[in-house]
Design a protein around this ligand. Sequence first.
Ligand code: MF3
Ligand code: CO
Ligand code: CO
Length: 258
Amino acid sequence: MKLKPVANHTITLRSPRELKIMREAGRIVARTVREVVAAMRPGMSTRDLDLIAARSFRRQGARSTALGYFGYPGHICVSVNSQVVHGIPGPLKIKDGDLVKFDVAASYNGYVGDTTLTAVVGGKPTPEQVRLMRVAYEALMAGIGQARAGNRLSDIGHAIQTYVERNGLVVVKEFVGHGVGRSMHEAPQVSHWGPPGKGPVLKPGMVLAIEPQVNLGSAEVQMLPDGWTAVTLDGNLSAHYEHTVAITENGPWILTEL
Ligand code: MF3
Ligand code: CO
Ligand code: CO
């Protein structure tokens, strides 16, 4: 989501009973995003892929939290190549070699799961695409590694930025992760960059969506006139991974794993 000033900074702690439901919601979106990746073929439109997600949600008894969000018209976000986030499903046809990000969020029994995968259409990703995807995914995992009780919130973003820059790539600064619960976007905002040791102390029961976007070229982004789609300013590729993660006594619990 877009970094913005917020009125309510209270971070809701989720009970073990709530976390069990959130794990189910997480598993549902994990399945859906994999179904969409598996179905993706050259020549399909991003709207075709959106409808596959819609059917997957329906079959699993879940509801898209993107559809109707501030008027958003898709069930999921599909962002291609230089599109960074919030690509609106439409007539755009994907082709062999395109790098596609699927951001999938849904609610189930009143709780939300939010996850994103990046995948390449067709046969063979280029070495550059492989490197971009690997660094972005590993950066997410480095951030998740800091999602521990007793750490501070900004330790997550610091680990992500450090990992990305050590590997010669850049992290997008305009978008943040977020708390997840009954709503898709709750407090706190989770920066993917910055100094360590700042912000609230992490506590068991907090649930965070961590979702770095990593660029091959410049980190700068710009909005398309549709009011949703963010693209890289230099037209270079961007990758995006996201997990919903619970802080527990025993370390991070990735709710959006299969
Ligand atoms: N799932 C996205 C996130 O990670 C938000 C999608 S909002 C939409 O925060 F309206 F663009 F769908
Ligand atoms: Co998301
Ligand atoms: Co999110």
